[in-house]
Design a protein around this ligand. Structure first.
Ligand code: ZN
Length: 377
């Protein structure tokens, strides 16, 4: 079934006070990865195909960075109830159905929205209420309340627009925490559908809630691949080369724009790859400022990106291909240094080395290369 949303208006309520969130800033502007809670919701709603979107706001900061040309803006009232009323009465949008959604509830997947759209298009209900079951024991004054009959209801809720508008206009009694109450009061008159949804539709009320959501949002395990190769030159005197961040005495020179540390370069690329952030050259091209630069700076840049996205290294598997120098002589030092830089344990890293059996340009000691394969979560 294709999703038909042209006859549906989507009202996002973003005029709340965030009193329990205990922060100077509006909770809807809290960042989860690179987007605010509000942007997460709007992006998903637009991705589904909704074009008739109304945003109810009070705080001007809410709309400051939004591309509002696509969205109808309506000033919220003193209470949630008045905000919905404003949206329904003042909106210029014509639609058969209206979704009403609290912006503090983060829509993390499109599953629930798709289910609601499909259900609305059946043309059978005046109101569709998503709910989840209560799995905890509920107690009131020492007594258990039977949880079998409890429903934890959520938003977005779907309504026949003219019916819910009529009820909101008439309502002078209730301070509503959800809009279905106006129809639930009269279940004989209105066709109400409770729709079970155990998906993750999470309401951010307290600051700690954000952490829970971040963990859910994060894609679990990712992998990255890095490869680097540099030309080497045999020289007569002893020189210092850099491998794995360690200075090694050698009778070769590694030719490179930076310090030529193939191991750190490969690791940097594998981290950036795992984060879908392209490669080292994107951030550190061969320009003057990067000339002879210490590769630890490149790696630290990637590690910072990794941490900012709340990931850590699961394990890393390195393969150095080199005829000269013989890596095995320096293996322990390199391993120790890498565990320190990457802040991981020894059991999370393997440093392997092989020669190229004298074949090809690596085998003829013209090049040194390194592969890095890592997983993060
Ligand atoms: Zn390199």
């Amino acid at each position: 079934m294709t999703l038909k949303v042209s006859n549906i208006q989507f009202v996002i309520l973003a005029a709340g006070k965030s009193a329990r969130f205990k922060s100077k800033n509006n909770k809807l502007l809290s960042k989860l990865e690179d987007k605010t809670i509000l942007e997460h919701n709007i992006d998903l709603i637009e991705k589904i195909g909704f074009k008739k979107i109304t945003l109810v706001f009070k705080d001007k900061k809410i709309i400051k960075n939004l591309i509002t040309s696509r969205i109808e803006l309506i000033k919220g009232g003193k209470t949630r109830t008045l905000s919905v009323k404003n949206a329904l009465i003042k909106s210029k949008i014509k639609a058969k159905y209206v979704f009403i959604h609290d912006a503090a509830r983060i829509l993390s997947t499109d599953k629930l929205l798709k289910k609601l759209i499909n259900e609305a298009q059946k043309n059978k209900y005046d109101c569709i209420i998503p709910f989840s079951k209560c799995n905890d024991t509920v107690v009131k004054k020492h007594e258990n309340i039977g949880r079998e009959n409890l429903k934890l209801i959520k938003t977005p809720q779907v309504f026949i627009k003219n019916k819910i508008t009529f009820l909101h206009k008439k309502n002078n009694i209730y301070e509503l925490t959800d809009d279905s109450k106006l129809m639930r009061d009269n279940p004989k008159e209105y066709k109400i559908r409770y729709m079970l949804d155990n998906g993750f539709n999470f309401k951010v009320t307290y600051k700690d809630d954000l952490e829970i959501f971040k963990n859910n949002l994060k894609q679990k395990t990712r992998v990255g691949l890095g490869y680097d190769i540099h030309r080497i030159q045999k020289i007569d005197n002893i020189n210092h080369i850099k491998l794995g961040g360690i200075k090694i005495k050698s009778k070769i020179k590694i030719l490179s724009h930076s310090d030529g540390d193939v191991i750190l370069h490969a690791i940097t690329d594998s981290i950036l790859g795992a984060l879908s952030l392209r490669d080292i050259g994107t951030y550190f091209p061969n320009v003057k400022i990067n000339k002879n630069r210490d590769s630890i700076e490149f790696l630290n840049f990637a590690i910072k990106k990794l941490k900012s996205k709340d990931f850590r290294i699961n394990n890393i598997d390195l393969m150095i291909v080199s005829e000269t120098p013989k890596i095995n002589l320096h293996y322990k030092k390199i391993l120790k240094n890498l565990t320190k830089i990457l802040d991981i344990d020894k059991n999370q890293i393997t440093v392997k080395a092989t020669t190229n059996e004298k074949s090809g340009l690596i085998g003829k000691s013209k090049f040194i290369a390194c592969w890095s394969n890592l997983s993060i979560n």
